[in-house]
Each structure stands twice: as C-alpha cells, then as structure tokens.
Design a protein around this ligand. Sequence first.
Ligand code: ZN
Length: 142
Amino acid sequence: MQSFWYRFKAGVQRFMQGRYGADQLGLFMIWAAVILSLAGAFASGMGATPVFSLLSTASWAWAVWRLLSRNKARRCAENQWFMAHWAKVKTPVMQAVTRFKNRKKYVYFSCPQCHMKLRLPRGVGKVTVKCSKCGHSFEKKA
Ligand SMILES: [Zn+2]
C-alpha cells in the first residue's frame, strides 16, 4: 500500500513539475466558486436562472487552468494585479465592518477640512476635536 501512495505522490509531483500551482488569486477563485454554487442552490429554490452555477463552473475552470498553467510569469503578474486591487477593496470593507460593530460605542464622522475618518466615544458631550491628519480643530457633539 505504501508503495502505491509513494508512486501516487511521485506521479502528482511529476505532473505538477513546471506548473504554476496555487496562489492568492487561485484561492479566491475557488472560494468564489463555492460561494457562487451555494448562492446558486439558494436561488434555484426560488426558480432563478442557472447563471450562478455557470459562473461557479467558470470560476472553478479558471482556478484549475491557472493551477496547471506553465506560464508562470504571466500567472504571477495576474496574482500581483489581483493583490493590488484586492487590498483596495478589502480595507474600506473591513473599516465599514468595524464601524458597524462599534456603532453603539462611537460616533463616526469626517474632518470637514480633509475628510479624514474620525470617531468620538458616544455620550462624551460637546468637545473640541483636533483632526489627527491635518490638525484642523472644530466642535463636535457626541
Ligand atoms: Zn483633517
């Protein structure tokens, strides 16, 4: 049995030799495929079109195709492009989630001069706020 697994593993290794493999974009595509197929299962219960399962299959196919690709430089460039854009999407989303979680503890507002996002503990009353970015002072009630 052990020799079977050994040969199996060696075979997989030989097959993957020179191929690109997994990266963040690949993992993202697989997650997207799983979420899309769940959404598809949910939507089909309501008589929706098979668009979700089509997208899910496409996402899977693309992830596997990238995994097995031999053009490493191209796949690496795709992943870098993805990482740069993902950071831009992820940061504001995470900030919005934090603000929503703390909505009972803090009042959130923007600096009138530079639009920097600021916060005050709720119930603090009328205070003078000094912006941490541009130094602008203004009165705010919280
Ligand atoms: Zn400011």
